[in-house]
Design a protein. Structure first.
Ligand SMILES: *Cc1c(COP(=O)(O)O)cnc(C)c1O
Length: 524
């Protein structure tokens, strides 16, 4: 822990980290390095297996063998796979404090630890950053392991609330179980009504007992599959014997588009939910951060798309994506802490009682885990240090690069911007979807781009054909430089030419060593 609280020491490290943003780190190691990492792992049956090693030899193994076989997602500004985010220097420092102090944030013990109060303060700042209205209205709020965890909480709360209303008499799924509750309430079908939801919603549906097949896609059209068909929604809500959760994608993963066009549709969904006794869950893992953008003309359309989200019953937010904190951080918000507690109460354990009348509940009664990491601290320091303007600038940077690349693709002879080339570029948030016009190139486009190792993208399918998605989600974005490199790579790939980072007009000093352990050393 030596020096972990030494500001002068860390100031230097933070400065190096921020400065490293101007340097080039490759997005992936070479296949040889990755194979070598695999080959270095302990083998059962070998004489050294579990024989123990000195700390130094163990560290050396990690630095020399494992680190070279890891991806550059934390260091490169152009790791655009999935939606991964990055780690702000201060968040990394806070994460080390968390590990060093190893707080078990499960019981609210205000006289013994401030950890639960810090969690609560972070969640209140988040509610304000995302302009979700009065933070006291989101009485059920907690940190989760990520958006999948939050989606599990969302569906679990939906199940509890919707069936609870049908049961009456204070009966609950938490007490009766799903089978008993459905039988008693006369419910024969549970359904999750959605459009182009993230795959984790199906996983959550399986975990909470709806079943994956309960997830019903109500897409408005093939042209705009992310949009929810409100007429179909009403039809499904009316089916006798059903209990429904409406799950809105606020940020579809292929396109970054939104399930609803704006607040009028959101009001309509709220009205339908109230009329038919359904729960509204918004999966805003990354898309809800639109609400952290400034009130400017260029974001007007995006703001419109997420207007009214505060009318939902529960919301998923991801921390380890756009908030740029290390992995193991998501948030869950609901207006109904009683519902959350009804599901997650950890009963009859006197030794875990907080014995406090404090309004902050014990995390173990409002989430999946009992013992749990102090995962709020990195989010707390990011929200505190960046503030509203810092977060707005961070996200704006991602939007700027995404829109510039989208414009390049739209105007390119080689590429087609998806989902709709004629759409307003103001619809672009931080995901860009595209494909090559040449069918043969399109088949291998992801591999060709990733082979350059200076830009990493994920493949997907769009309307039955392969497509490429580029998700810009790290604080390391440097709009001018990254635009230069990305468009150079895309042009080289389209023209069948070998890409060489040295051919980009970057300052030579920006090219760092290609040796991954050294990459880390330079930065850490
Ligand atoms: C990433 C993502 C998830 C899953 O989140 P994890 O943090 O990976 O568990 C769920 N929904 C959306 C919209 C996402 O982008």
């Amino acid at each position: 822990m030596g020096g972990i609280y030494d500001f002068d020491l860390h100031e230097g490290r933070f400065a190096r980290r921020r400065e490293s943003r101007t340097r080039e780190f490759r997005t992936l190691s070479t296949p040889r390095e990755i194979q070598a990492a695999h080959a270095s792992l302990p083998r059962p049956g070998s004489p050294s297996f579990l024989a123990g090693r000195s700390d130094e030899a163990t560290m050396r193994h990690v630095v020399d063998d494992i680190v070279p076989g890891l991806s550059g997602q934390g260091l490169s500004s152009r790791y655009y796979g999935f939606v991964t985010g990055g780690v702000l220097p201060l968040a990394e420092w806070a994460d080390n404090v968390v590990s060093g102090l190893d707080q078990n944030v499960q019981v609210h013990l205000p006289e013994q630890s401030a950890a639960t109060a810090v969690e609560d303060a972070a969640l209140r700042m988040l509610v304000a950053l995302l302009r979700l209205g009065d933070d006291d209205a989101w009485t059920g709020r907690t940190f989760t392991t990520g958006a999948t965890g939050s989606n599990v909480l969302g569906l679990a709360c939906g199940r509890e609330a919707v069936l609870g209303t049908k049961l009456g008499d204070g009966d609950s799924v938490g007490e009766l179980g799903l089978l008993g509750a459905c039988a008693k309430a006369g419910v024969t079908q549970l359904q999750v009504l959605t459009s182009a939801a993230h795959s984790s919603l199906s996983k959550a549906a399986s975990v909470v007992g709806f079943g994956r097949s309960a997830v019903k896609e109500l897409r408005l059209s093939d042209e705009e599959p992310w949009r929810l068909d409100l007429a179909a929604l009403e039809t499904e809500l009316q089916v006798p014997g059903t209990a429904s959760v409406i799950a809105l994608s606020a940020g579809e993963v292929n396109t970054g588009r939104f399930a609803l066009s704006g607040v009028d549709e959101m009001r309509k969904v709220r009205e339908l939910a109230d009329k038919y006794g359904a729960w509204i869950h918004v999966d805003g893992a990354f898309g809800i951060f639109v609400r952290a953008l400034e009130d400017k003309d260029e974001y007007k359309l995006l703001h419109k798309r997420v207007e009214g989200i505060e009318l939902a019953d529960s919301i998923t937010v991801d921390g380890h994506k756009l908030l740029n904190v290390p992995y193991d951080c998501g948030m869950f918000l609901t207006r109904s802490h009683l519902t959350l507690q009804s599901v997650f109460t950890n009963p009859n354990a006197a030794y875990l009682a907080s014995g406090s009348q404090d309004p902050i509940p014990s995390p173990l009664n409002i989430g999946l885990e009992n013992s749990r990491r102090f995962r709020a601290l990195p989010a707390y320091v990011v929200l505190l240090s960046e503030g509203r303007s810092g977060m707005a600038a961070l996200i704006a940077n991602m939007v700027a690069l995404s829109r510039q690349v989208a414009a390049f693709l739209r105007d390119s002879e080689h590429y087609e911007l998806l989902p709709d080339e004629s759409a307003d570029l103001d619809e672009v948030f931080m995901i860009v979807l595209f494909r090559a016009k040449d069918a043969a190139l399109n088949e291998v486009l992801v591999e060709k781009i990733n082979e350059t190792r200076h830009m990493y993208v994920s493949g997907t399918r769009w309307k039955g054909q392969k497509a490429v998605r580029m998700a810009v989600s790290t604080w390391r974005v440097d709009v001018a430089r990254d635009y230069e490199v990305v468009t150079s790579i895309l042009t080289h790939v389209a023209e069948g030419k070998q890409f060489d980072i040295k051919s980009c007009p970057l300052k030579r000093s920006e090219l760092s060593s290609q040796d991954p352990p050294k990459m880390f050393e330079q930065v850490l």
